[in-house]
Ligand binder design. Structure first.
Ligand code: NAD
Ligand code: UDP
Length: 311
């Protein structure tokens, strides 16, 4: 039986991954410090005999015996990762070194959940893996962006120097059930605001774009590259359907049948203008492409938040 470690397993993506792997009869060890994740996300897994939860902060070394590591631990929303920027960098740098050390000792394959943020405010569109990015190294987002860039560097150096079996994926905006209500990312913010009939706050004029991937599609992609024996990445994973933030707001108001209005607030510094993944590599190397249309994924996410949000 495969012993699989998931760092950040109590978070949004990690909890879906724990669930998926348990269904495939893996032996799952979930490690989390509950900074942005929650026991509520994994409570339904506690009764499963092959699920183990360890409360642990990955900036400290971890000693377990495993075959595979999905390394997801890192706060992902700007509110969370800017709350303690230095801790975010420590998580990306020291945490990734610790997980790579563990992978080296146990000869486990390790996958890093990197991010489209490593492209920064991209000067090419859509973003291809060969693009090196346009990141402000000293701005408010750099604790996350540069943290992920160093994490990628560490992955490649451990691979070249110590023959660690690595996989790197660059995840583009992903949404779905179990995003935290206070997460601060756009999909959960807009849905919560619409369900409460409060104004939807668009930062800036709303013409900036993002490409939204539904969580179950993303999980399929993570599994496919982890299982692939001939490509280590970096590989973009995301949905190439691009949408302006204004259109997203209108869509969510319509789908929730909300009476909310749209208001505008100042655009945060260094907010990327356009973002869309080129996923040719994922199609070619692992035969992956997302299947869930935005409207369908939003409806499932709205259903989840209806149970979480008090009007
Ligand atoms: P999330 O905040 O819900 O999950 C992150 C998890 O990591 C949380 O459970 C948190 O408590 C845990 N964590 C944070 N620091 C830790 C530490 N020092 N030690 C142990 N656990 C720690 O975010 P998510 O959306 O599930 O993102 C998961 C991963 O995917 C992150 O690495 C993120 O950067 C990456 N990613 C996500 C997206 C997205 O759109 N969801 C996009 C790009 C990249
Ligand atoms: N955004 C917004 N209202 C919100 C939250 C975010 O208009 O309540 C905007 C944000 O400025 C950005 C886009 O939506 O242009 C996506 O933001 P998010 O934080 O979800 O992800 P990221 O910027 O990291 O892609």
């Amino acid at each position: 039986m495969n012993r699989i470690l998931i760092t950040g397993g109590a978070g949004f993506l990690g909890s879906h991954l724990c669930e998926f792997l348990l269904e495939k009869e893996a032996d799952v060890i979930c490690v989390d410090n509950f900074f942005s994740g929650s026991k509520d996300n994994i409570r339904h897994l506690f009764s499963q005999p092959y699920f183990e939860l360890i409360r642990h902060d990955i900036i400290h070394p971890l000693f377990v015996e495993v075959d595979k590591i999905f390394h997801l631990a890192c706060p992902a929303s700007p509110i969370h990762y800017q709350y303690n920027a230095i801790k975010t960098i420590k998580t990306s740098v020291m945490g990734t070194i610790n997980m790579l050390g563990l992978a080296k000792r146990t000869k486990a394959r390790i996958l890093l959940a990197s991010s489209s943020e490593i492209y920064g405010d991209a000067k090419i569109h859509p973003q291809l893996e060969s693009y090196w990015g346009n990141v402000n190294p000293i701005g408010l987002r750099s604790c996350y962006d540069e943290g992920k860039r160093v994490a990628e560097t560490l992955m490649m150096d451990y691979h070249r120097q110590n023959k660690v079996d690595v996989r790197i994926v660059r995840i583009f905006n992903t949404y779905g059930p179990r995003m935290a209500i206070n997460d601060g990312r756009v999909v959960s913010n807009f849905i919560v605001q619409a369900l409460r009939n409060e104004p939807l706050a668009i930062y800036g004029d709303g013409n900036q774009t993002r490409s939204f991937c539904y969580v179950s599609d993303l999980i399929q992609g993570l599994i496919a590259i982890m299982e692939s024996n001939d490509f280590i990445g970096p590989m973009n994973l995301g949905n190439p359907a691009e949408c302006t933030i204004l259109d997203l707001a209108k869509k969510i108001i319509a789908l929730t049948k909300s009476s909310s209005k749209i208001i505008h607030k100042p655009l945060p510094l260094d907010d990327p203008v356009r973002r869309r993944p080129d996923i040719s590599l994922a199609k070619e190397k692992i035969g992956w492409m997302p299947e869930t249309e935005l409207e369908k994924g939003l409806l499932k996410t709205i259903d989840y938040f209806k149970r979480m949000v008090k009007p």
